[in-house]
Ligand binder design. Structure first.
Ligand code: 0O2
Length: 247
C-alpha cells in the first residue's frame, strides 16, 4: 500500500484530496436528487414536503477529531478504507421538513431511487437520544462516476422537522460553547425544550392532517403563505377561514 492510500495527518496530500473529493461528489449527487424532488413538488404539487436542503463536507480538523473518537487516530495513518468504515458522516446532507410525516415521505422517495442503496437507518424520532435529539439519519451509498471508474460513496442524510432542527442547532452551539461539559441545569432545560418541540410537531401534524381533509384553502390564504407568513400565523388564519368561510 503506498502513501496515497493512507491518511497523512493535517495534510492535503493527493490521496486525501481524492478521498474528500469523492465524498463531495457523492454529496452533490444526493443534493441534486433532493433539489429535483423539491422543484417537482414546487411546480407540480399543492404542497412541498421539503423546506430546505443543506450540505457540508467535514473540515480536516473536524474529521481528524472524529477519527480520534472513532478509534482511527490521524497519527496512526489509517487507510482510507478504515476511515470510511468508522466515520460515516464525512459527507452530510440535511433536509428540513415542516411535518414529521414529510420526514418519512422524503426518506421513502430518496431511499427507493434505484441507483441508491440505504446502508443503515437510525431513527432518532421514534427513539430520541437521551439528551432529546430527534432526527432521522440514513446512510446512503451513491455511485460516483469518475474518469477511472465508479466509486461507491457513503453520505449521511439527516432528515428532520423545523422544530427538531431549531433544537439541534441550539444544542450544537451550547455543546461546543461548553466544550462538551454542559452544566446539568442547561441539559435539563434542553431536554424540556426537546419535549416542547416534539409536542409542537405532533400538534402541527394533527392540524395539517385536519386541513388536508377539508376544502382547499382560499387564494388569499395561499398568497399569504407564499409570502412567508409564519406557520403559526398561517395556521390561525387558515383555521379562522375554515371556521367561517365568509370571514
Ligand atoms: P457535526 O459538527 O454536525 O458534523 P456520534 O458518535 O454520535 O457523534 P455517529 O456515530 O456518526 O456520531 O452517529 P450519528 O448519531 O449519526 O451522529 C452523526 C451526526 O448527527 C453528528 O455529527 C451531528 O451532526 C448529528 N447529531 C447526532 N447526535 C446529535 C446530538 O445529540 N445533537 C446534535 N445537535 N446533533 C447530533 P457530529 O460529527 O457529531 O457533528
Amino acid at each position: 500500500m503506498d502513501t496515497d492510500d493512507r491518511w497523512e495527518p493535517g495534510s492535503l496530500g493527493e490521496g486525501t484530496r481524492r478521498f474528500l473529493l469523492e465524498h463531495k461528489f457523492g454529496m452533490e449527487e444526493i443534493v441534486t436528487k433532493l433539489n429535483i424532488l423539491k422543484d417537482e413538488f414546487a411546480h407540480l404539487h399543492e404542497s412541498n414536503p421539503i423546506e430546505h436542503v443543506s450540505s457540508r463536507i467535514k473540515t480536516l480538523e473536524s474529521l481528524e477529531e472524529k477519527m480520534g473518537r472513532k478509534g482511527v487516530p490521524a497519527d496512526s495513518r489509517p487507510s482510507f478504507e478504515e476511515i470510511r468504515a468508522r466515520v460515516t458522516d464525512i459527507a452530510g446532507v440535511r433536509v428540513v421538513c415542516s411535518f414529521v410525516s414529510d420526514v418519512y415521505h422524503v426518506f421513502d422517495m430518496l431511499g427507493s431511487q434505484s441507483d441508491l442503496t440505504v446502508r443503515e437507518v437510525r431513527d432518532y424520532i421514534t427513539e430520541p437520544k437521551a439528551n432529546g435529539y430527534r432526527s432521522l439519519h440514513a446512510l446512503i451509498e451513491v455511485p460516483v462516476f469518475l474518469s477511472a471508474g465508479t466509486v461507491p460513496v457513503l453520505v449521511e442524510v439527516q432528515i428532520r422537522t423545523i422544530a427538531m432542527d431549531f433544537w439541534a442547532s441550539l444544542e450544537h452551539k451550547i455543546y461546543y460553547k461548553y466544550r462538551r461539559e454542559v452544566p446539568q441545569q442547561l441539559l435539563a432545560g434542553l431536554r424540556d425544550a426537546a419535549e416542547t418541540a416534539a409536542t409542537l410537531d405532533t400538534t402541527m401534524e394533527g392540524l395539517h392532517q385536519e386541513i388536508r381533509g377539508l376544502e382547499p384553502l382560499p387564494d388569499d390564504v395561499v398568497r399569504s403563505l407564499r409570502a412567508g407568513i409564519s406557520s403559526d400565523a398561517m395556521l390561525r388564519s387558515s383555521l379562522k377561514h375554515l371556521a367561517d368561510p365568509l370571514l
